[in-house]
Design a protein around this ligand. Structure first.
Ligand code: ATP
Length: 228
């Protein structure tokens, strides 16, 4: 059974239509890649899932429940953990305070997050605004994990980061996957994303145009849908 399922999603910003039929699903324990060129609707899809924008039609279900139309905090509480584009942490709280602030449930703890990201442990008493971009990104992932999400959603989590840090983040994603964490991930670096993904969905002009295994996304299709 799918943990998350989107069917024929259509979303508008005012009069302007951004999604024209997005279909996507994430099964328990899977890493699913959501792909597409700039402006094709990836962030709008994520915002629709989380209730941050309200889809006009289509259906979204999570863990067997219809969630379209619910308020964002209700949706989040059902077990969706977002790592937003642009890593938002509380700048004037320390690393530890940032993590404790989102704690919910008891599976994920400060110790478990810092085992995944040792740098965060080393900087536990530093204010978030003194961290490097990569460390802030790790903190953003840690904050999402502290909510004990059944589905972790990563929107451009490695964007703009140095290669070494990107590797730390991908390695954490692989560790999470091995532990059975379900993950929906948006990322532009195909060479890093494809080896981790179980399945891919590609959006073009707000609609799903490809669904399949990473290997089925041939260089030809990558060029057609994702090439610049
Ligand atoms: P990127 O990779 O650049 O983040 P994306 O695939 O996430 O792109 P979206 O940000 O979802 O794409 O944008 C989809 C469409 O909706 C685009 O045409 C965009 O201009 C439009 N759009 C996005 N946000 C808004 C908004 N707040 N108001 C109006 N139009 C918007």
């Amino acid at each position: 059974m799918s943990l998350l399922e989107l069917k024929g999603l259509e979303t508008f910003y005012g009069a302007s239509q951004a999604l024209f039929g997005v279909t996507l699903d994430v099964r328990e324990g899977e890493v699913v890649a959501l792909m597409g060129r700039n402006g094709m609707g990836k962030t709008t899809t994520i915002n629709s899932i989380l209730g941050l924008v309200r889809p006009r039609s289509g259906a979204i279900s999570f863990a067997g429940k219809t969630i379209s139309g619910l308020r964002p905090h209700r949706i989040a509480r059902l077990g969706l953990g977002l790592v937003p584009e642009g890593r938002r942490c509380f700048p004037n709280l320390t690393v530890m305070e940032n993590l404790v602030a989102t704690a919910r449930g008891n599976e994920w703890t400060f110790e478990k997050v810092t085992a995944l990201f040792p740098r965060l442990g080393e900087r536990r008493d530093q204010y978030a605004n003194t961290l490097s971009g990569g460390e802030q990104q790790m903190l953003a992932i840690g904050r999402a994990l502290m909510t004990n999400p059944s589905l972790l959603i990563l929107d451009e989590a490695t964007e703009g980061l140095a290669p070494v840090i990107r590797q730390d983040i991908w390695s954490a994603i692989r560790t999470l996957k091995a532990a059975g964490q379900s993950i929906l991930v948006v990322d532009k670096t195909l060479s890093e994303l494809l080896p981790v993904a179980d399945r891919c969905f590609v959006l073009e002009k707000g609609a799903t145009v490809f669904e399949g295994a990473p290997l089925a996304l041939t260089p030809e299709l990558q060029d057609r849908y994702l090439g610049v």
